[in-house]
Design a protein around this ligand. Structure first.
Ligand code: NAD
Length: 264
């Protein structure tokens, strides 16, 4: 326990199971002394999230589906009642129809486009509206993005467009909330085998490619993302806002296949 987050409380949204990036972040926060609150999306995930929250001596603030305003309101009402204020908020939520995470981007339907943008982009703003009210002593907000926002990645399609909009949202939210000492940042994580990632076509190939071609010649773990999140969510990151920070073994820095990478 580093004590870095001692006395701080906040919400981490997006834990589905113990492979979720949000779980890596929640563990790092709790290890550093934070009181962590989790939510779950639907009853199927409730039974996974409750024991995880227990492991952290954390709270569960109930069901939250970002397409249903009343569930977001209910969570923040519960947090207000229990804690009165929060210091951090983590948004690790994204969704796109699996059928469109393969093939061509150009074939994206209007329905899937709108739904993906609503869940993966607007939800950060909707939840920030609610979190802002509870960050009366300032705070730090963090979301998760991917390099597919910056460059074309196979099969990422509508999610790439959504992540580009999410990264722009981070900058606009940072400007709006900076005066109240609330920071808003994103971590651009390298590929990690999670439930959401399993919906992406050829994901195993993408993982292998990153392992063979990133400067560190390995993929990142949810614990590594958690450690970097700790920096941005704690006072160590007090001077940082509107930032997209890559935690990807350096993959974003290279422009070509590594000379020692075998063909896969
Ligand atoms: P995950 O499946 O563990 O988490 C995704 C979460 O989104 C789940 O907890 C799910 O319940 C939640 N969610 C989806 N729709 C929702 C809705 N309507 N309301 C509320 N919650 C909803 O997968 P993950 O990979 O840990 O994803 C977390 C974040 O990290 C996502 O934003 C994802 O795009 C991002 N990310 C993932 C990778 C990767 O390779 N896994 C890389 C970079 C960024």
């Amino acid at each position: 326990n580093s004590g870095l987050m001692q006395g701080k409380r906040g919400l981490v949204m997006g834990v589905a199971n113990n492979r979720s990036i949000a779980w890596g972040i929640a563990k790092a926060l709790a290890d550093a002394g934070a009181e962590v609150g989790l939510t779950y999306q639907g009853d199927a995930l409730k039974k996974r999230v409750e024991p995880l929250a227990e492991q952290l001596n954390g709270q569960v603030f109930g069901h939250c589906d970002v397409t249903d305003d009343s569930t977001m309101d209910a969570v923040f009402e519960a947090v207000t009642e229990k804690w009165g204020k929060i210091d951090f908020f983590v948004h690790a939520i994204a969704f796109a129809d699996k059928d469109e995470l393969t093939g061509r981007y150009v074939d994206t339907t209007a329905d899937n486009f709108a739904r993906s943008m609503h869940i993966s982009v607007y939800s950060l703003t909707a939840l920030t509206q609610r979190a802002e009210k509870l960050m009366t002593d300032g705070g730090s907000i963090l979301t998760l993005t991917y390099y597919g926002a910056e460059k074309v990645m196979p099969h990422y399609n509508v999610m790439g467009v959504a992540k580009a909009a999410l990264e722009a949202s981070v900058r606009y939210l940072a400007e709006d909330l900076g005066k109240d000492n609330i920071r808003v940042n994103a971590i651009s994580a390298g590929p990690i085998k999670t439930l959401a990632a399993s919906g992406i076509g050829d994901f195993r190939y993408i993982l292998k490619w990153n392992e063979l071609n990133s400067p560190m010649r390995r993929v990142v773990t949810i614990d590594q993302v958690g450690q970097s999140a700790l920096y941005l969510l704690s006072d160590m990151g007090a001077g940082v806002t509107g930032e997209v920070h890559h935690v990807d073994s350096g993959y974003h820095a290279v422009g070509m296949k590594a000379v020692d990478a075998p063909d896969i």
